[in-house]
Design a binder for this molecule. Structure first.
Ligand code: AMP
Length: 148
């Protein structure tokens, strides 16, 4: 069996993040694995910054929108006890950056939320579906209700 030692949990800022991170932490404990967290910034304008740029959480930013997103990620990680050295804030498209980081940093498992849409809702863009399709490592999806 593959030895799972390094996990990457994908965090958005929806209410469902708690469920996803809780499962990731639980699994990491069982496997005695390192747990890292990624949030991909895709909702604010970032002119002149190429996709895939790692954003420093230590240096304060003059850009108020960027600093607000940084604070949200820091606060989420603090409340979920994710260590500063295992936090990744990256500018780009969620599915691309999650799979790229997992490959670059040799993660064994990606943990991600999935709404398990069916019927017409399947036509909606799904980050989990794209990550499963493109990831080179294993992916565990945490089932979320549509209301989550
Ligand atoms: P969605 O495709 O919006 O239903 O999101 C499904 C899951 O993808 C979420 O529960 C997160 O685990 C992950 N995810 C979505 N957006 C992001 C993001 N911007 N950064 C990191 N993970 C994300």
């Amino acid at each position: 069996m593959h030895d799972y030692k390094k996990f990457l949990v994908a965090i958005d800022f929806s209410d469902s993040k708690n469920k996803v991170v809780k499962q990731a932490k639980h699994l990491a404990q069982i496997f005695n694995a390192e747990l890292h967290a990624i949030h991909v910034l895709d909702n604010i304008p970032m002119p002149d910054m190429p996709y895939g740029t790692l954003i420093s959480l230590e240096t304060p930013s003059d850009d108020i929108m960027l600093q607000t997103e940084k604070n949200k990620f820091i606060h989420t990680c603090e409340s979920m006890e994710i260590l500063p050295s295992t936090r990744w804030l990256i500018w780009g498209t969620p599915q691309d950056e999650i799979t790229r980081l997992a490959q670059q940093e040799r993660f064994d498992l990606i943990i991600i939320g999935s709404h398990g849409r069916h019927g017409l809702a399947m036509l909606m863009e799904s980050t989990a579906k794209n990550v499963i399709f493109h990831a080179e490592c294993d992916v565990l999806t945490v089932h979320l209700q549509d209301s989550e």
